[in-house]
Design a protein around this ligand. Structure first.
Ligand code: AMP
Ligand code: MG
Length: 336
């Protein structure tokens, strides 16, 4: 009997050697950029790439971290360094392109305003509104450019802010890292921003729940609609989780309109953008929060490569309105 068991075992082992191995699903979770990440992918042999991914994040942070005073971005912002690395080069070029396309609604030079309104390193200035005009003099896409590998600023006070694009870019870079390991089927999620690779091995798409805005920063998340995606980025911008409430209960958005210099103030509560990559989705989502519902819908409908899902405040405080761009297929629970 014992011999029989051993033989069976040996046969099973041989069998395994001849059959193609099914890709295994691997899930990795961690913390990065002050938020959580979840990465799911299919890999033959189920190899775990977390060490490589975390080291990519460390390299990324050394370049683009906003909070690390030693990062290249911080040094550029203090005018201690002008030479760019590959990360700053890519993200600034794409930022300036999207800034141009969106007529400055997205603007990587917005930081001095973000800071004045209390969303950077300083407390909100009681005189933020009075300072806006003087700050606007050194905000704008004509204030910064790259010349032969070096950042040039029209004014020393120009400071860059990639918070509205860096998470999407980092998600794309994780996707590229996985592809370099031979993984094609993946979903990378960083604090709600996503990059999806190819569909799953069984041919199904990646199903994503679209969040309904919470009433305040601590309310639990809820989902209403689902989308199924592959080969694209998806990013959401919204004010319902990051805002500043003053003594009179007035809310200030952390999204600044670079045209007026003031926090945006309209009924668009959140926008989720579907774009060819995560970096673009992230930047357009922020731009659309600045544009507001009507202008953003017009922008998306003009573009073959973009779709968007908007949530806006309706007449009563508890009621939301939804709008999906014409190419977007929204699924409900009944469709699943
Ligand atoms: P997101 O959550 O992607 O919309 O990014 C919001 C962050 O981007 C803010 O906390 C600011 O640091 C920065 N930001 C605010 N307004 C703008 C803007 N108009 N263009 C680019 N970045 C912005
Ligand atoms: Mg963004």
């Amino acid at each position: 009997m014992k011999r029989f068991i051993i033989l069976l075992f040996a046969l099973l082992m041989m069998g395994c050697g001849h059959v193609d191995r099914e890709p295994e699903m691997v899930t990795i979770r961690g913390v990065v950029f002050g938020t959580y990440y979840t990465i799911i992918y299919y890999d033959e042999g189920g190899r775990n790439y977390q060490v490589s991914i975390d080291s990519l994040f460390r390299e990324f942070n050394r370049s683009l971290s906003f909070y690390d005073q030693h990062s290249l971005l911080s040094r550029i912002n203090r005018n201690e360094e002008t030479a760019v690395d590959k990360y700053v080069d890519v993200v600034l070029h794409r930022s300036l392109e999207i800034a141009e396309e969106t007529d400055g609604a997205f603007d990587p030079t917005v930081f001095p305003l973000v800071d004045a309104w209390g969303f950077g390193f300083s407390d909100r200035s009681a005189h933020a509104a009075e300072k806006v005009d003087s700050i606007l003099e050194f905000v704008g896409i004509d204030q910064v450019w790259i010349d032969d590998g070096h950042i040039r600023k029209a004014d020393d006070r120009v400071q860059l802010d990639f918070n509205a694009i860096a998470k999407g870019y980092a998600a794309d870079l994780v996707g590229k890292l996985l592809e370099s390991k031979g993984v094609t089927s993946y979903l990378v999620e960083l604090g709600g921003d996503l990059t999806a690779g190819a569909e799953k091995p069984d041919g199904s798409l990646w199903r994503i729940g679209l969040e309904v805005p919470a009433k305040d920063a601590v309310a639990p998340q809820e989902w209403e609609y689902y989308v199924e995606i592959s080969h694209m980025g998806l990013a959401t911008s919204g004010d319902y989780r990051r805002y500043f409430e003053d003594e009179d209960g007035l809310r200030y958005s952390h999204t600044i309109d670079p045209d007026t210099g003031f926090p945006v103030d309209h009924h668009l509560m959140s926008v989720s953008v579907f774009a060819p990559d995560g970096m673009s989705a992230d930047a357009y989502a922020t731009a659309f929060m600045v544009m507001g519902l009507d202008q953003a819908i017009a922008f998306v409908e003009n573009r073959e490569d973009l779709e968007a899902y908007f949530v806006y405040a309706a007449d009563t405080p508890e009621a939301f309105g939804y709008h999906a761009s014409s190419g977007l297929v929204l699924l409900t629970r009944d469709d699943l």
